[in-house]
Design a protein around this ligand. Structure first.
Ligand code: C2E
Ligand code: CA
Ligand code: CA
Length: 756
């Protein structure tokens, strides 16, 4: 008896310790386990009293406690099982609790009815008196209930066991075995009615095991299985090596990736020998890229090499994880290619060409290289005439020729629609050869007589610190000087172009200041009648430059038209004209008009109608004193809008003159559509011609036609008396030209024409 009691007590102590321990567990199941541990204390204590006490009443109460607490122990086990198997409690759980409660009541009432058990005093083998239980019907009901509940636990666990994956067997199997052990132990005492009931030891052990398996036990097998599954699932190749770099494990992914035969550990050793840590004892774990050539080509792997140590820091081995990045590397390379290359020709695109050139120029000496840009003459025509595809074929062909002829240190790209650029060493560049290979070969397929002409601008890189965009600009500037029809196919960026650029910069940079500081001044050239008397004057701009002296408009009008700044000068000139008219009116010099020039570009930068009406309002002058000169070239683009402006100006009373009439291409046609007040015929275009006779006939016809249309004519550029005479004979009545006077300052003009 004593050993039994000692065992019971020791186990009880353990249980109490475990209850306390369970509070420190963060496992979800710990609470359910703790309930089991707690409830198991009651039958154990009762069992002890039964074994020790000889007092019938206390033994009887102990039996009552014992029976009731086995009910609730089973219920605690049920709750544990539900929790353990992840089964939700339902109304059935509460029904069972109800039934157990009824059994509890029944057991309590045994004191009154004696329907559960009676006590019988026996003597144990060692002669001690012992009260054993004499079962009545209520006890059998209790036993049946306990049996059914136990059965339910088995059913629940077995069902779970069948439903879950094999790797979870361990988890349920251990608990199943614990319960089986407890039931067999208990059954033994019930069936054989062993005099002293030692089944409590079984319950205690059961509770302790439940604690162990539920709370403490790490599911090693499960972990191992999971770990294997995870490794098998990853697409990476995983290898384990022992301390002497013998391969001891190859993951399934690795078998596929390297086509390794089962358990051929030598292949990975061979592939990965460079990671051998003994070669590199102080070296670190590594992440690097490895390129391995296999039957199907080169493969790029990302390699993770890590050594594994035990707790004492002695080496256990290493593992290598290889991730096949071949596709990604290819994709990235392709993306990079697409982002940096022109999709049609496969050459570098503009950005990448510039990037590559500036990279290259870091190691290039001044004067060693040339920047060559090309442009196909009238490429738009090719597209329009033969279709876009034909145009594309031309471009691809040029690209092919450039590629085939390029030497290694050349950089080339397609930097615009029909513009190619080549950075080429000066030594290797021979312009004739270059043009021959890249030019005369071209023709549009199916149209052999349509020759394509590629033109070139060349910039010698004398200073590599100049920015690439500036180099390209200069090459293009040279290209722009290759004029159509001159037969020239190339031009170097030379001193002249350089000077032009500098001049352009000076002009555009200082025009505002020039206006405000009085460097811009109007000059006046008289328009005289047959009597030699001035009726008015043309106002012509002069730039009195502080260092350049008197600059004539030919040197800056074009530049300012390009940058749009022409409007600033013109507005100033128009206002100067109005001011002068006002002055003359105030001085009583009535009747003089002034002609001002309007650049075709002015139409884009200002509302001319508003500007001119504002001006005559401001100076309170009649519009008939202000004549507006526009050239035919105004009517090349945006005709309708411009005609509207012109109409409005004429309706407001301004007199409109067509400047340089006859020098353009569509002069005659223009007269049909354009409302005109005065024609200014340009003598200058006549003076250069060899066929003077024919020219005079044309001039005569123009004058006749104007007379028929009742449009007054002024001839400008009259330099000689002879010219004056035949023009007079032809019927021209108004003249302007050096023969009478050059453009001159206001003062000079007034002196000459207004004294009388
Ligand atoms: P344009 O409107 O045809 O002006 C007439 C040009 O012919 C003037 O040149 C004038 O000096 C020149 N000229 C006059 N008589 C003779 C002659 O007998 N023989 C020769 N060979 N030339 C003669 P300029 O002043 O150098 O002006 C050149 C051009 O600049 C003008 O041609 C006009 O298109 C433009 N221009 C001048 N002033 C202005 C202006 O204020 N605004 C705008 N937008 N353009 C202007
Ligand atoms: Ca003019
Ligand atoms: Ca003119």
């Amino acid at each position: 008896m004593l050993p039994f009691l000692i065992t019971l007590s020791v186990l009880l102590l353990i249980i109490v310790v475990l209850i306390i321990r369970s509070y420190f567990s963060d496992k979800h199941i710990a609470k359910a386990v703790r309930t089991v541990l707690f409830v198991v204390i009651f039958p154990v204590l009762a069992n002890m009293i039964i074994s020790l006490s000889l007092d019938q009443i206390s033994v009887s109460i102990a039996y009552q406690v014992y029976l009731i607490s086995t009910d609730w122990l089973l219920f605690a086990l049920l709750l544990f099982t539900l929790e353990y198997c992840d089964i939700n409690r339902t109304w059935r759980t509460y029904l069972i609790a109800g039934v157990l409660f009824a059994d509890t009541v029944s057991i309590v009432l045994n004191q009154v009815f004696g329907h559960v058990y009676g006590l019988e005093l026996i003597r144990t083998i060692d002669g001690r008196p012992y009260y054993i239980l004499h079962s009545e019907v209520g006890h059998y009901i209790h036993l049946a209930l306990s049996f059914l509940l136990m059965l339910l636990l088995f059913v629940l666990i077995i069902r779970k066991l069948r439903m879950t994956s094999r790797i979870y067997f361990e988890k349920y199997l251990v608990i199943l075995s614990v319960l089986a052990f407890a039931s067999i132990w208990e059954a033994y005492y019930i069936i054989f009615k062993v005099p002293v009931d030692k089944s409590m030891i079984g319950y205690e052990i059961c509770a302790i095991l439940i604690y162990f398996f539920g709370v403490e036990y790490q599911q090693l097998f499960l972990r191992y299985q999971m770990f294997k599954c995870v490794i098998a699932k990853t697409s990476e190749a995983v290898f384990f090596f022992d301390e002497s770099f013998r391969c001891i494990y190859i993951s399934p992914g690795a078998y596929d990736m390297f086509n390794i035969k089962q358990d051929d550990f030598e292949t990975p050793e061979k592939y990965l020998s460079q990671y051998h840590y003994t070669k590199n004892p102080l070296g670190q774990d590594m992440v690097s890229n490895l390129i391995i050539t296999r039957e199907d080509g080169k493969h790029t792997f990302n390699v993770q090499y890590k050594r594994v140590y035990d707790r004492n820091n002695s080496i256990l081995g290493a593992f290598v994880i290889l991730d096949d990045r071949t596709e990604e590397v290819k994709r990235l390379a392709k993306e990079r290619f697409n982002a940096t290359h022109d999709s049609l020709t496969g050459l570098f695109d503009d950005n990448y060409f510039r990037e590559k050139v500036s990279e290259k120029l870091r190691s290039v000496k001044n004067g060693e290289y040339l920047m060559v840009v090309s442009d196909i003459r009238e490429f738009k025509v090719i597209n329009d005439l033969f279709g876009r595809e034909a145009g594309d074929r031309v471009l691809t062909k040029i690209a092919d020729i450039i590629r085939e002829n390029a030497s290694e240190d050349e950089i080339y790209g397609r930097i615009g629609a029909d513009n190619f650029a080549v950075l080429i060493s000066k030594k290797k560049f021979h312009i004739d050869k270059f043009i021959n290979v890249t030019n005369d070969l071209f023709f549009v397929e199916g149209h052999p007589d349509y020759k394509i002409v590629n033109q070139y601008g060349i910039y010698e890189i004398k200073d590599t610190s100049v920015s690439v965009p500036a180099m390209l600009d200069r090459a293009f500037m040279a290209l722009s000087t290759v004029k159509y029809g001159t037969g020239r196919k190339f031009a170097y960026f030379d001193q002249e172009i350089r000077d032009d650029i500098i001049w352009e910069q000076i002009i555009t940079g200082s025009v505002e200041y020039a206006i405000s500081s009085g460097q811009i001044v109007p000059y006046f050239q008289a328009q005289v009648n047959s009597d030699g008397r001035a009726e008015g004057a043309e106002v012509l701009v002069r730039w009195i430059h502080p260092t350049e002296g008197m600059v004539s408009p030919g040197r800056f009008i074009g530049i300012l038209e390009k940058s749009g700044k022409i409007i600033e000068i013109d507005k100033f000139m128009w206002e100067s004209a109005c001011k002068t008219i006002r002055k003359w009116l105030d001085e009583g010099k009535d009747g003089f008009y002034l002609s001002v020039n309007i650049s075709p570009k002015d139409f884009y930068y200002a509302d001319l109608y508003e500007v001119f009406t504002d001006l005559i309002d401001k100076y309170n002058i009649s519009p008939k004193y202000l004549r507006l000169e526009i050239t035919e070239s105004v009517m090349i683009t945006d005709v309708e809008r411009k005609l509207e402006v012109i109409d409005k100006l004429r309706n407001a009373g301004f007199i409109l003159e067509i400047d340089d009439f006859g020098s353009g291409y569509s002069s005659l046609n223009l007269l049909k559509d354009m409302p005109v007040d005065v024609l200014k015929i340009d003598m200058v275009f006549l003076s250069k011609t060899k066929n003077k006779d024919k020219a005079l006939i044309i001039l005569q016809q123009i004058i006749n036609m104007a007379q028929n249309l009742i449009i007054p004519v002024i001839t400008e550029g009259v330099e000689t008396e002879e010219q004056l005479n035949y023009l007079t004979k032809m019927g021209c009545k108004m003249f302007q030209g050096y023969y009478f006077s050059r453009p001159e300052s206001l003062e000079d003009f007034e002196k000459k024409y207004m004294i009388k």
